[in-house]
Ligand binder design. Structure first.
Ligand SMILES: Cc1cc2nc3c(=O)[nH]c(=O)nc-3n(C[C@H](O)[C@H](O)[C@H](O)COP(=O)(O)OP(=O)(O)OC[C@H]3O[C@@H](n4cnc5c(N)ncnc54)[C@H](O)[C@@H]3O)c2cc1C
Length: 400
């Protein structure tokens, strides 16, 4: 097995780095910080267009839908480099894998080029007040009315609902069927009348998390649907197959540079901080316990990276993707929590001061990440549920 990048991939990485050095200016980074990592201000949109013009978004998507028909590893390289400076391009949460797998020709032609141009982005509308880990218990209803569906219900923790153009909505279409079998997915424009979005501010909003805080958005949302009429053509996949379409999309969306980087960037930050704060030879870099711990975290980070590469290579070769994304979703967030806790131990009391304190370290970014890291083991599927999937699908154990 060859773990090295090809010369072409190394050239691509260099090109992306040069692009970032030239175009990802401090103004753009300030704008990203202002509007939140995932929403885009005018300068960011301009820069994003340049990225799209270079063919760096949707690299692995088919050419007929605006992609390059290229390699997922190339896509990973682009995401990884942009992720390092805190700018999200394409990648996880795009909804594209499920649309490619289950969408109609019309949906693929509409959504995929729109995603590449940055004109379309999805909020994930799965969780409800009474249906989180037990998602199959969801109650949001979609009732057929001729060529339309009428939606009523509530979604919870819908993170991009205030900034996304569409919601990737899971709703119950057959209440009589067994729980997993009466569910469908709809791709619903957020501007449809009857949809109300209310903010749910998170722990990262007060005081505001500084740039480079990778864990936790400042805002998530509640979304209410009151007699929302949508054309039946908004349905993704066959009626009542939403559980399987949704699971496929989620699994594929769990794979990618962003999940891996979320954990690994923090390792890089603390290693750099320790090296830069030598304190005349008496700094933490001289402490054997610190060196030992950082080396251990770094080794774990490489495992994270290899798990990600394995998943991507599997998808690329058209292999069956069963438990790999779930395993990665356990390892990467738990590694991230360990990293933030170790950082807190190394930095001591000052390292726990948030952005609002003038005595904080590095603008409070380490403290905010410490606060936010634990939720990465809950969102997008909790660690307990992911472990259960690894036990069942990976190890062939019976349902617990
Ligand atoms: C910051 C953040 C952003 C989010 N963004 C989105 C989003 O954009 N879209 C969206 O749809 N959802 C989103 N979520 C929701 C997330 O997916 C749910 O929080 C998650 O599925 C857990 O559901 P719950 O919060 O209702 O907890 P519960 O389902 O009540 O679970 C509580 C705890 O019990 C454990 N547990 C539950 N059942 C089992 C079981 N059978 N076996 C073992 N352990 C179990 C869980 O692992 C968890 O630790 C977000 C969550 C957070 C925190």
């Amino acid at each position: 097995m060859d773990f090295a990048y090809t010369p072409e991939q190394q050239t691509l990485r260099e090109e992306v780095r040069q692009f970032i050095a030239e175009y990802v200016t401090p103004e753009i980074l300030a704008e990203v910080e202002e509007s939140g990592v995932r929403s885009r201000g005018p300068k960011t949109r301009e820069m994003y267009q340049k990225v799209a013009d270079r063919g760096w978004i949707g690299i692995s998507w088919p050419k007929e839908y605006g992609g390059q028909g290229g390699s997922r590893i190339d896509q990973y390289i682009v995401e990884e480099e942009f992720g390092r400076v805190g700018v999200e391009v394409g990648g996880a949460g795009s909804g594209a894998p499920a649309i490619l797998a289950a969408g109609t020709e019309e949906q693929k032609k509409y959504f995929l080029p729109g995603l590449i141009r940055g004109e379309i982005s999805f909020a994930l509308g799965f969780t409800e007040p009474q249906a989180g880990a037990d998602l199959a218990g969801l109650q949001c209803r979609a009732v057929r009315d001729g060529d339309e569906f009428v939606i009523n219900g509530q979604k919870m923790y819908t993170t991009r609902a205030h900034s996304g153009s569409h919601i990737y909505l899971m709703a119950r279409t057959d209440p009589e069927a067994p729980r997993h079998k009466g569910i469908s997915i709809f791709l619903v424009p957020m501007e449809t009348p009857g949809i109300t979005v209310r903010p749910l501010w998170t722990i990262q909003n007060d005081p505001p998390a500084p740039r480079r805080t990778t864990y936790g958005d400042r805002r998530t949302n509640e979304v209410f649907f009151e007699d929302v009429h949508i054309p039946a053509s908004c349905m993704l996949g066959e009626e009542n197959t939403g559980w399987y379409v949704g699971a496929l999309g989620l699994n594929l969306d769990r794979v990618g540079a962003s999940r891996y980087l979320l954990s690994v960037q923090r390792d890089e930050d603390i290693i750099n901080w320790v090296k830069e704060n030598d304190m005349g030879g008496y700094g933490p870099s001289q402490d054997p316990a610190v060196r030992d711990r950082l080396a251990e975290l770094w080794i774990e980070a490489q495992v994270c990276r290899l798990m990600t590469m394995r998943s991507m290579s599997l998808v690329e070769r058209g292999g069956t993707f069963t438990y790999e994304g779930s395993a990665e979703k356990v390892w990467a967030p738990e590694h991230g929590v360990k990293t933030t806790e170790t950082i807190a131990q190394i930095l001591g009391a000052y390292g726990q001061l948030l952005s609002s304190s003038e005595d904080n370290i590095e603008g409070g970014v380490f403290a905010h990440n410490l606060m936010g890291a634990f939720q990465s083991g809950i969102n997008h599927g909790s660690a307990q549920v992911m472990r259960d999937q690894v036990a069942r699908r990976g190890l062939g154990m019976p349902r617990g």
